[in-house]
Design a protein around this ligand. Structure first.
Ligand code: ADP
Length: 486
């Protein structure tokens, strides 16, 4: 075997031994292992007895793998081989295991260019490769789940608004999978009546964070057909806590939405039809009341005024359903005017006391507070808070109505001493048809639409609505509205 100058080999041996990187030096065409360091012995799970053996004999499990051939090739051509994340199956701990290495077979040459050995350096990248494989598998599973649920995905860069829709998302909007779909194009595809609302919801997600969940119709740019979609997403932040990207999923909900619209139309029609006979019953009762008062029949007068109160209750229920239908079809609008909210609070308390005298009302802290809002609809919100306070607290307890100013907003709160609301239910109270699931609530009449309508009304005024409560400790329902500019 031809060997280089002995001094040269000794220098190499010292360098290799010190290196924390696994290194081996093989000499001659048979690849005799001349030098190895601790790191490579550890990688191979062998001891120093491999020194002097051929690569073939020292690592028999590699015989059926491509490495001997590669070494031969480097030896004969003098051209180095660089492997990137190559799989190497090694017997470690007594069993054959899979590893991944970045490694180099570097030819070592005499001055005349003839190769005399190969320097093998290696880095174990098994952990990275495995982690990436797991990620790829997870992505694959996610893609399968998305495909089988017919979900599209999207992502919007917070800075550039560049949009990255999946093929399914593009298909929903009417774009081919290889066609570009910009942020503007996706907004323009939203049905006109809903466009401003969608833009405002996206802006809110960017400025306020949290999650985003909205439903709207889109007009397919290719065939002009309308489909309803539900889009849910979340804003992700960078290390400086600035919005980085906004991404989520989108799904076709046309069938469900059309069913809902039919149901809504039906509720609206029934409620509307009920209003007319109810109005005439009310006027008959009122005329009869006037007559009976003159005749002095106390029993009849009492019965008729009770009937009158029941009619007021029923009219309110029907109004609730009509409002719900209007909200669902996006037809509710605000007619703002300047008014004093204190006066409205007092009027509403008086109205409610007319229907029932079961509780004591206390209005505190209100001075004249001017707001610019829809007086009638804000009255509805206060009324809903008051009637809930009555429904969900024991008779003859006090219901307090407070007004405050905070951060340039008027805040109205209704405080009761009733059954309260558990923390976990509090967010959901403002959802459509949500009623807390317990025996007390089951025995109280209601449809779970009052707070939903209240929430939507307050949102249309750019206000806030919330509840503070503990179970069995009473509840404070509040809303805030921007104060009118002086
Ligand atoms: P409804 O009272 O007709 O069920 P709402 O939408 O007004 O509908 O209220 C939704 C639910 O919120 C109620 O069913 C009840 O569970 C809960 N809730 C509302 N107000 C109160 C209150 N003051 N105290 C305790 N629970 C309340």
């Amino acid at each position: 075997m031809d060997l280089p100058h002995l001094n040269e080999l000794e220098t190499l041996r010292a360098l290799i031994a010190e290196s924390p990187i696994p290194i081996g030096l093989y000499v001659g065409p048979e690849m005799h292992i001349a030098v190895v360091n601790k790191a490579i012995l550890q990688t191979w799970d062998r001891d120093e007895s491999v020194i002097g053996k051929t690569f073939h004999d020292a690592l028999p499990e590699l015989n059926s793998q491509p490495f001997e051939k590669l070494l031969e090739q480097v030896y004969s051509t003098g051209v180095a081989y660089h492997a990137s994340e190559d799989r190497v199956d090694l017997v470690v701990g007594g069993k054959l295991q899979i590893f991944y290495f970045n490694f180099t077979y570097q030819p070592l040459k005499y001055k005349n260019g003839k190769v005399w050995g190969i320097l093998n350096t290696a880095t174990d990248v098994t952990a990275q490769v495995m982690a990436r494989q797991k990620l790829v598998e997870a992505e694959e599973r996610l893609r399968l789940a998305l495909d089988s649920a017919d979900l599209g995905t999207w992502s919007i860069n917070a800075h550039t608004k560049k949009t990255f829709p999946s093929a399914r998302t593009k298909e929903l909007f009417g774009f081919e999978s290889d066609e570009e779909m910009s942020f503007e194009a996706s907004i323009n595809a939203v049905a006109e009546d809903y466009r401003d609302k969608v833009i405002a919801t996206i802006d809110r997600a960017f400025t306020e964070g949290g999650s985003y969940d909205t439903e709207y119709p889109i007009i397919n740019v290719r065939n002009g057909k309308q489909r309803w979609v539900r889009s849910t997403g979340k804003v992700y932040y960078d290390a400086d806590n600035k919005p980085n990207n906004f991404s989520g999923v989108i799904m076709d909900i046309t069938d469900r939405k059309e069913e809902e619209i039919r149901k809504n139309d039906f509720i609206a029609m029934v409620s509307h039809e009920l209003k007319t006979p109810l109005t005439s019953i009310k006027s008959y009762i009122q005329i009869s009341l006037i007559k009976v008062k003159k005749q002095g029949d106390e029993f009849l007068e009492n019965a008729l005024s009770k009937a009158d109160k029941q009619i007021v209750k029923m009219t309110k229920m029907i109004r609730g359903f009509l409002d719900l239908a209007k909200l669902e079809s996006g037809k509710i609008s605000i007619q703002p005017e300047q008014f004093d909210i204190e006066l409205l609070v007092k009027e509403t308390v008086n109205d409610i006391q007319f229907i029932s005298d079961s509780h004591f009302f206390e209005v505190t802290g209100c001075g004249p507070l001017m707001v610019n809002a829809d007086r009638y609809k804000i009255g509805q919100v206060i009324e809903n808070f008051l009637s809930n306070a009555m429904k969900y607290s024991p008779k003859e307890t006090i219901i307090e109505v407070k007004c405050n100013v905070a951060d340039n907003h008027a805040v109205v709160s209704v405080v009761d001493k009733g059954i309260g609301v558990k923390q976990k239910d509090q967010e959901k109270l403002f959802n459509r048809f949500y009623r807390v699931d317990n025996d007390i609530i089951k025995n109280v009449a209601g449809f779970g639409i009052g707070l939903y309508i209240a929430g939507e009304i307050i949102q249309l005024h750019n206000g806030r609505i919330w509840v503070e409560s503990e179970e069995f400790e009473g509840a404070i329902f509040s809303f805030s509205l921007p104060l009118a500019q002086a």
